[in-house]
Design a protein around this ligand. Sequence first.
Ligand code: COI
Length: 356
Amino acid sequence: MTTYQLEVIENTSKKEKPVKDQVPFGTTFTDHMYILEYETEKGWYDPKIVPYGPISLDPAAMIFHYGQTVFEGMKAYRTEDGRILLFRPEKNFERLNLSSERLSIPPIDEQQALEHLTQLIKLEKEWVPKTPGTSLYIRPYIISTDANLAVGPSQTYKYMVILSPVGSYFPGGLQPVVIHVEDKFTRAVKGGTGMAKTAGNYSSGYQAQANAKKEGNADVLWLDGVEKKYIEEVGSMNIFFKINGEVVTPELNGSILKGITRMSIIELLGTWGINVTEKRISIDELYEAYEAGQVEEVFGTGTAAVISPVGELNWKGQKMIINNHEIGELSQKLYDTITGIQTGKVEDTLGWTVEV
Ligand code: COI
């Protein structure tokens, strides 16, 4: 295998950083981006850090037609003493390759991806925001670039990384969100691409999301695609419930994304002596538990969403008000601990952070 040196082309015109670090999620980008090319004959080649800006693609590029693409979401955090930390980045690259396998995209070298990401973040270190609750969101992604309208995997790809300073994903911050339980549309089915981070899983939810937003909901909770009975995920986050003292979350079944925050919350709770039961949870049993006064907390977990408390669920006209629309004790403790580990305020006894 040929090894390629990382080439760095510095941007000579630097952008203004956002005032007070507060911008809507995913709308501001840094001065540089990373690009790596792929051709079947050569493998992955020509890694470059270049000024952030538009790229040129053939109008017939396969990404535009058949959506052969995968992505990741990760964050770089600023510590109080000015260091920069990544959170379990190796898990993201592992998952990127799993998603790629499902989409017939060739795997990247995970170790090299982490090394090059580290160099990109070092170059953009001034962009890692300092305000509590903010971070530098990292979006690695792969697109298929062959100019070819025949249905089948591309022979050429681009792996790219762009960076965006962000605050909270939902505009209200830690304010509990209102979520619509979707009973018409489907996000994913077993055997489909639900476990992969690929564009179509997200855009196929827009219609349901738009309908839900018209009725004041922030997002949609998806049920299984066959019976519309079992709880899956929100799309922007995995979901947890505290019911009658027990923490439960839908088991990974092939149509649910294997969230890295989800995994970390399960492990963290384990160290506190709290077991998380991963199982099939039906929406009926959740509403029955609610009627019995047993639903204590509901929260979502994700890189972008961190820990997002859910204050209300709406399913077929039935409202479930959770913890009086207030953040629950466990959700708050998990938020404080996980963000504390990510920003170096809480000792990282589990070895999850990697310094840039
Ligand atoms: C993330 O949590 O990083 C995600 O990718 C979810 C989303 C913003 C699509």
